[in-house]
Design a protein around this ligand. Sequence first.
Ligand SMILES: Nc1ncnc2c1ncn2[C@@H]1O[C@H](COP(=O)(O)OP(=O)(O)OP(=O)(O)O)[C@@H](O)[C@H]1O
Ligand SMILES: [Mg+2]
Length: 253
Amino acid sequence: MPCGPTTRWWRRIWLMTTELLSVRDIQVGYGAVRALEGVSIHVDEGEVVSVIGSNGAGKTTLMKTVAGLLAARSGVITFEDQDITEIEAQDLVGRGISLVPEGRQVFGRMSVEENLMLGAYSRPGGAREDDFAHCFALFPRLEERRSQRAGTLSGGEQQMLAIARGLMSRPRLLLMDEPSLGLAPQLVSRTFEVVERLRAAGTTILMVEQMARQALRVSDRAYVLEHGRIVGEGASADLLDDPRVLGAYLGSR
Ligand SMILES: Nc1ncnc2c1ncn2[C@@H]1O[C@H](COP(=O)(O)OP(=O)(O)OP(=O)(O)O)[C@@H](O)[C@H]1O
Ligand SMILES: [Mg+2]
C-alpha cells in the first residue's frame, strides 16, 4: 500500500505514543554476583535509546536479558504489551527482537552471505533476495564482498556485517551491544553514522555503549547505568549538557 502524507502523519502520531519495550524492576545475577538491581527502562516505537555505562556496569547483562539469553530473577519485561520475561531467545527473534552481540561474533569461516542467512533463520522461507537487498542498500561494501569469508573482513566491515545480520530478521527492536567496541576512531564514527541512518529510516534501537558522547549524539533518550543500577535518565541532548554526566562519562573530548 502506498504511504501518502496523511498515512505518514498518522504513523508519526502513532509512533510517538507506542511503548514497544518495557523493562520493570529487573534483578539479574550470576550466582552470588548481582549484575542488575531493580533496573527499569522503556523504549517507544521509532526511538533510539542508549544506555551508557563503564566496564562492568551491567550493559551486556541488560542486553542479554532483554534478548532472552539470561533469565531475570525478578521483575517483568514486556514487548508490545506481552509479557516476555520467561521467553527464550530463539522465540524472541520471531517476535521481532534481534541482538547485535558484543564483539560482533561473526562466523569467520563462513561467507558474508552465509552469515546474513543465519540472521534470517526466523523468516518464513529463510533469507530472501529483498532481505539481502535491504542490507546491501545500507552496506554496499558487504555486497561487493558477498562471497568473501567473513574472517577476512576488516574489523569495521565485520561490525557492519554483524549489524546487517541483526537486520536480516527484519526486527521491530534492534539491540546493539557496544557497536563501537574495539574499533579504530574513524570506524567508530562510521558505526555511529550507521545508527543515525537506521534511526532516520525509523528503526527502533536500544543500544548500550561506553562511548557516551557519540551514543548520546545519535539517540533520542538515554539512561546512565552504574554498578547495576540506573542512576540517571533523560533526553540525550540534555544529558550531553549535564555536568555530572560530562564529568563521569564524557571526558574532556
Ligand atoms: N558469566 C558471569 N559470571 C559471573 N559474573 C559475571 C558474568 N558475566 C558478567 N558478570 C559480572 O556482572 C557484572 C556486569 O557485567 P556485564 O558484562 O554486564 O558488564 P558490561 O557493562 O557489559 O561491561 P563491559 O563494558 O566490560 O562489556 C560484572 O561485574 C561482571 O563481572
Ligand atoms: Mg559488555
